[in-house]
Structure formats: structure tokens, C-alpha cells
Write a protein that binds this ligand. Structure first.
Ligand code: ADP
Length: 290
């Protein structure tokens, strides 16, 4: 399978919101993280790649498939887990997968049964395959979502904000599953959670206010700040002063006390200590409102 090439994609909604502004991204095989704050344009981009909506301009190529022109071809090789994925609460995973498999055209009964069994094992829901989906935890529902997205053995899997609301153990399990899928498939993970990308993705892009602000592998992207980051623990009342004097890109609390991260081309003295860059710092810098 070739790579996914997104070129100069633009979209303005009827209400005037410019959700995508000439976005170009190249996505190789493996796990790719699309990171951005709420409203950045991630879902718009995911839905456009999934052929659920059209852009105003631009093109998308997946291997030999011209995605925007050959929608049916794309849909055959696409798995998609949308942001809001509803299940029929009274059905079991086995029954719902069976239903969805018929819709996807897997009409041979034995083939369907085999495929569903193997998927249930893969997402670790085999033991609960006859229970009702309505009683499942968030993590179990998301794993079911992946199972349905894998029914057609896709070459491209798109998952839109899949870990929001999962507890840490569920999130871990979900990460492991995605990472396995990513060994044979292009997986695009859209998220506002920096750690999702840091833990999983070999490639990534940051999108903010409809614009692509940086793309590459996470290490390269972290390196863009190397040697320029400093940290200091301050008291609450001082924050505004520091913001006046320095380029504060990250502020957080540690044991109830604010810690700030600043960018500086040389050592600022003043009690600051140099620190290694983190993806979160780059993300905070790249998505700061100007
Ligand atoms: P994200 O997934 O990063 O949160 P979205 O793609 O959902 O971002 O939204 C990008 C921008 O487009 C937001 O300002 C959002 O309010 C707007 N938007 C999304 N969908 C629509 C729509 N159907 N009609 C009008 N505006 C929309």
C-alpha cells in the first residue's frame, strides 16, 4: 500500500468558519498522530479523508486511489471510527458485527463467522461476545468500534479522538490494540491528547485553527525546541510579571505551585534551569493563540 498524500485541502463552512486552510500532509504506513486543540479542524479533515464530506479545494491520494473522485474505491479499503460512535445497546457485539458485516458485503456465512470470531479475539471481547453492548465500559465500546472498523480488513484506518473519556488502563489496552493494527495499516489517530501521540505515533502533525503548523516525526518535532527551554517554580502572584518579561509557553501546577516553561535563546539566569523539550511544550507553543 502506498502512502496517503493530502494536498492543499481547504474547507469553509456555510457559516463562514474556515475549518481547513490549504492543508498538505504526507502520511506513511504506521501510526500517524494528528494533534490539535478542539475546533482545530481535525474532524473536518478526518471526515474529508473518509469521503463523508467534500473540501472546497485540494486533493487526496491513497496509493493509486484518487480519494475525492473514487469514493467507492476508497470506502472499500477504509476503516473509520468516528468521534461519536453509537452502538445499539440491546445487541451483543457478535450480533452487531454480524449485521454490519452483511452491510459491508461479507455475504458468505462461514467467512463472516470466521472473520467476526477472529476480530472479537483481536479486540479482546470474545469472552463477552454475547453480552449486551449497552452494559459495556467506554473502553470496551471503543474496542468494539475498532472491531467494526476492521471488518473489511482496511488499508487505512481513521480513528477520531478515540481515547477521550477512557480510564488509564482502558487507554493502555486501546493503545496496544491500535499499535498492533498500525503494523500493517496506515492508522490516523486524531486527538487533542499529546501523550496519545507521544506513546504511539512514528509520524505526526499539529493542526491549529485550520492550519497545519508542523509535521514530522515526534523526535524531530521535539528537537525544534532543544536547548531553548527553561523552567522555574514561581509563586502564584508572579505569573503575570513573568509573562510580561519572558515568552512563557507552558504553565502548570506542581504540588500546588506554578511551574513555568519559557523559551529563551540564551540562559536567562534569574533562577531558571534548562530542561529537555517535551512534545507538550512544542504543542503549547504551536497552538498558542496569538
Ligand atoms: P476538531 O475536530 O479539531 O475539534 P472540527 O473539524 O470539528 O475541529 O471543527 C473545526 C471548526 O469548524 C470549528 O470552528 C467548528 O465549530 C467548525 N465546524 C465543524 N463542523 C461544522 C459544520 N458542519 N458547520 C459549521 N461549522 C462547523
Amino acid at each position: 500500500m502506498g502512502r496517503l498524500k493530502i494536498s492543499n485541502l481547504s474547507k469553509t463552512y456555510d457559516n463562514g468558519v474556515r475549518a481547513l486552510k490549504t492543508v498538505s500532509i504526507e502520511i506513511p504506513n504506521g501510526m500517524f498522530g494528528l494533534l490539535g486543540p478542539n475546533g482545530a479542524g481535525k474532524s473536518t479533515l478526518m471526515r474529508t479523508i473518509a469521503t463523508l464530506q467534500d473540501p472546497d479545494e485540494g486533493s487526496i491520494q491513497l496509493g493509486d486511489i484518487n480519494v475525492l473522485k473514487q469514493k467507492n474505491e476508497l470506502r472499500k479499503v477504509l476503516g473509520y471510527l468516528p468521534q461519536q460512535f453509537g452502538v445499539y445497546p440491546k445487541l451483543s457485539p457478535e450480533a452487531l458485527l454480524n449485521h454490519l458485516a452483511v452491510l459491508k458485503g461479507i455475504i458468505n456465512r462461514n467467512e463472516r463467522k470466521e472473520r467476526i470470531e477472529s476480530l472479537l479475539h483481536r479486540v479482546n471481547l470474545y469472552d463477552v461476545r454475547k453480552q449486551k453492548l449497552g452494559g459495556f465500559s467506554g473502553g470496551m465500546k471503543q474496542r468494539f468500534g475498532i472491531a467494526q472498523a476492521l471488518l473489511n480488513d482496511p488499508q487505512l484506518l481513521i480513528v477520531d479522538e478515540p481515547t477521550a473519556g477512557l480510564d488509564p488502563a482502558e487507554r493502555n489496552r486501546f493503545h496496544n490494540l491500535l499499535s498492533e493494527v498500525g503494523e500493517q495499516t496506515i492508522v490516523i489517530l486524531s486527538t487533542h491528547i499529546v501523550d496519545d501521540v507521544k506513546e504511539l505515533c512514528s509520524g505526526m502533525a499539529i493542526i491549529n485553527q485550520g492550519e497545519l503548523v508542523i509535521q514530522g516525526n515526534p523526535i524531530q518535532i521535539m528537537d525544534t525546541l532543544q536547548g531553548r527551554l527553561y523552567q522555574k517554580s514561581i509563586s502564584k502572584g508572579q505569573l503575570e510579571n513573568y509573562k510580561q518579561e519572558y515568552q512563557v509557553i507552558n504553565e502548570r501546577l506542581y504540588l500546588g505551585k506554578p511551574i513555568i516553561h519559557i523559551i529563551s535563546e540564551s540562559h536567562p539566569g534569574d533562577g531558571f534551569i534548562p530542561i529537555d523539550t517535551s512534545l507538550e511544550d512544542v504543542y503549547m507553543l504551536q497552538t498558542a493563540q496569538s
